[in-house]
Design a protein around this ligand. Structure first.
Ligand code: B12
Length: 428
């Protein structure tokens, strides 16, 4: 073999080793069971319970909900357009946030519509205004923070991009800077989710070439995001934690950068995810909605040109096995709040299988404990404890004592007997 032959042989070998990220051959019954868990949520049509992420997740999955799906989109349109396009500012609390508007635009695109007309134009202008305000809050010298988060900032850019709407280079520039100087992304709190969302926005911009002046910077940032996410893989295989893995995989699947490590890392993540599915880790509809696309080899970036003709399997409601009525067994859970004076500690007894929210309710009924929540797309978000509302860039963190942050919210986490749960006011 001559020199050229040897070189071609070597390149061919390397090409074969560089792999893309694929999650194929997932048991269809497992996927259907996940989809079935979304169905009851699609009957909840009140404005606080509507969730555009559910619609997006389903449309990018291999499953469909028949007439329910069209009805859900219709309800989303009524609710979002009414609250976003009305000039009534009296009930500003009820207005969707920047991220919710962005998810709504993703839902419209998932139905193969591009925003247009007067109403569509107003929604786009509103999202652009949100981003401009956030850019202002970050500041010229990047000394500030967005009012929402870099996660929502990325989501906003992504939503406009899949509708082929250009945002100013300076808006994209703030997200690029945040990725280039990672300390600006949420310190310690879910950097993988935030990086993945930023990466999805950059992937869309790269493919659509909407900001040609920033092409090189976007390409470099994407490489950095991919590298960081691969580095965040845990020994079990998750990227960050189990719940950031779906978005991380969406980003890696959309990647145009096959590498030797990529394919292997994705296979390992698939194994970890499947194990988590067996352990019923995915019950929350928002989490399921971020997971379903990857089980169908899709990511939010596919919304650039969605395939609305692709065959999808019709979901049938799950057949319920009647549970035997038994006398409930009780467990004891200790609830602690040390961030207040005087501190609080109390043990409550609740039936086995109760959620942390049930524990909080019981403590409120039987002691001086008080709490408040706010509805969100992930479920009830704990906003205040003992009358202390978390301030700007603060939150009430949920921990299993002594120091393990919970990976689920108050409605989903089910404490075990003897566990102590701490609610701690922290900055983020
Ligand atoms: C940003 C963020 C935060 C910020 C929110 C503040 C802010 N102003 O943005 C901070 C750091 C405070 C936070 C806190 C928590 N978070 Co958080 N968060 C996110 C993140 C990265 C983006 C959320 C978002 O903006 N969505 C888009 C907008 C449009 O949707 P939204 O519903 O309007 O957004 C609001 C809610 O998401 C709410 N929120 C944020 N996190 C959580 C978690 C839960 C369980 C609930 C009910 C609500 C909630 O804050 C958002 C802004 O108002 C997601 C990542 C993801 N993959 O979704 C994780 C994520 C949702 N969070 C998660 C968790 C576990 C928590 C905590 C429970 C952690 C803890 N141990 O205390 C706490 C919530 C505790 C509480 N008080 O109820 C998990 C949820 C997993 C699950 N099984 O559902 C996720 C998926 C991260 C992960 N990979 O583990 N979070």
């Amino acid at each position: 073999m001559g020199c050229l032959g040897a070189l071609l042989f070597l390149l061919g070998g390397l090409g074969a080793l560089a792999q893309i990220c694929e999650i194929t051959e997932v048991d269809s019954t497992l996927v259907e069971r996940l989809g079935q868990r979304l169905l009851p949520w699609m009957d909840r049509l009140s404005p606080e319970q509507l969730n555009p992420s559910i619609y997006v997740g389903l449309r990018l999955s291999s499953l469909q909900a028949g007439a329910k799906e069209a009805h859900y989109l219709h309800s989303l349109k009524l609710s979002y357009q009414q609250s976003l396009l009305s000039n009534d500012n009296s009930d500003s609390e009820a207005k969707p946030s920047m991220g919710q508007l962005a998810l709504y635009l993703l839902a419209l695109r998932a139905n193969c519509k591009l925003v247009g007309g007067r109403k569509g134009g107003r929604l786009v202008s509103q999202l652009k205004r949100f981003l401009e305000d956030e850019k202002g809050a970050i500041g010229h010298h990047h000394q500030g923070h967005p009012h929402t988060s870099y996660y929502q900032y990325g989501l906003g850019i992504l939503a406009l991009c899949v509708h082929q709407k250009r945002v100013h280079d300076s808006v994209v520039g703030k997200l690029l800077y945040a990725v280039e100087h990672e300390q600006h992304l949420q310190k310690g709190h879910f950097p993988v989710d935030t990086l993945a969302m930023a990466g999805l926005a950059f992937s869309c911009l790269e493919l659509s070439n909407l900001n040609p002046n920033q092409r090189n910077r976007i390409t470099v940032a994407l490489g950095r995001v991919q590298e960081k996410i691969l580095k965040a893989q845990t020994p079990e295989g998750h990227f960050g934690n189990v719940y950031s893995t779906p978005l991380a995989l969406q980003l890696l699947m959309a990647s145009l950068r096959p590498t030797v490590e990529l394919g292997t890392a994705c296979l390992k993540a698939k194994a970890a995810l499947l194990a988590s599915l067996q352990h019923k880790a995915f019950q929350n509809p928002l989490m399921i909605s971020q997971l379903l696309p990857i089980l169908n080899q899709k990511s939010y970036v596919d919304l650039i040109s969605p395939d609305c003709q692709a065959p999808r399997v019709l979901l049938e409601p799950a057949t319920e096995t009647p549970s035997q009525t038994q006398v409930p067994e009780f467990i004891h859970v200790t609830l602690k709040v040390s961030s207040i004076f005087p501190s609080y500690r109390h043990s409550v007894s609740v039936p086995v299988g109760s959620s942390l929210e049930d524990v909080l309710k019981k403590a409120q009924e039987h002691s001086r404990f008080r709490y408040g929540t706010q509805a969100s797309l992930s479920g009830p978000y704990l906003t205040s404890v003992m009358g202390n509302k978390a301030g700007e860039r603060e939150f009430w963190q949920l921990l299993r004592a002594p120091d393990t942050p919970l990976l689920q919210g108050i409605a989903d986490y089910r404490p075990r007997d003897g566990e102590a749960i701490e609610l701690r006011l922290v900055g983020w």
